[in-house]
Design a protein around this ligand. Sequence first.
Ligand SMILES: [Zn+2]
Length: 459
Amino acid sequence: MIHQLFASHAWLPEGWANDVLLEWDAEGSLHSVVQNAVPPAAVEQQHMVLPGMINLHSHAFQRAMGGLTERAGDGPDSFWTWRDLMYRFARHITPDHMAAIAAQLYAECLRHGYTSVCEFHYIHRQPDGAWYPRMANCAEHILQGARQSGIGITMLPVLYSWANFGEQPLRAEQNRFQSSVDDILRLVDQLGVHRSAQVEVGAAPHSLRAASIGQIRELLAGMPAERPIHIHIAEQIREVNDCITFSGERPLALLAGQLGLSPRWTLVHATHLSEEELKYLAGSGAVAGLCPTTEANLGDGLFTLPEYMAQHGRFGIGSDSHVSTSPVEELRWLEYGQRLSYQRRNISLVPGQKRVADGLWQQALIGGAQASGRRVGSLEPGKRADLLVLDADHPNLFDSEPDDRLARWLFSGNDNLVRDVMVGGQWKVRFGRHVEQPQISANYRATLAQLGKLRQHAA
Ligand SMILES: [Zn+2]
């Protein structure tokens, strides 16, 4: 059976096209995209259709901490004091909680136009540090949340062995994350049964703090070729300085010099790079994973985007700690951070392209798709039927010329203009509501109540 949708305006790889007929198969993959088509009888028609965005960096459980870390401590607060709070939060979470939080988070991501997520997953063990009888238990509960919401997912089990450079032993509050290369390869193997057009499995050395170069080399040797590899690279100045003290090199230079980088790599929080590192990254074909709202929330710093884009560097966006679940907000703050820093306007430009919003959206699609290792990110034959429909009846989009549509969406107002969202050929959001929202919300509410009790108990 053929499934069809007609869009009077659709965002194709070369930009806006008119009267586009999309057709996909029973598995939810597009097999035909035709411009200037005549709408067949009885086919659903939409006005403004875009490919769904890829959220390339997520720690799903942190969604439940949103807003709980904004109270000042006794000394100056930093990424590192935030991390202590996050560890305390992670201590009590059960696999069922993880599934409920993930479903809520992913439903919110879908409502804002993300149709794929890369889950950087590091809570592997039970609170006492023992493995669950099935090693992949926690990761599989996250996959359950993804399935309930309908989002496409790249699961990245995280290699986490050390507390800092030079193989410093983990602290007690990191014991749920503890994993060896063999553990991660076993996890990747167990998770393999879930691989499909909706689910990919890669791996993620947490950082050069938590995984040594030797371990990463071993992990790469054991991984199936071409599966995505993600790592946190240079989020904090302290981390960069610790790396220099340990090795004489900055983190990205160390990783690149020892192992090389290639398009299978995503470097999350490439915040603090030297000019040479930035140039190397841009030329390597790897993706810079940028998470502007979290990086702002944690006081990380700003990535030097204009120099990177001028060198044709690839990037995508992620919601990371989920203080925002909207690609609009990530892209807006990506550009605004640069404007505030350089005191100029219209900065994030692809060479030869003048429209900031169009370039940001398209580049984030390309980089995000590459990071996911899945066939997503554009409306083309062979890709997933993952798309969003903008609310053409919203005043921000009244009477909009093609050249202005994305800018009016990304750079004006706070209403969510995403009205409908389809993943793998199935509608998951209709008229702004997720199709499973009542059940997902009820589970999330019960989870928060339980977590609150557990925290009070522990206090
Ligand atoms: Zn992260």
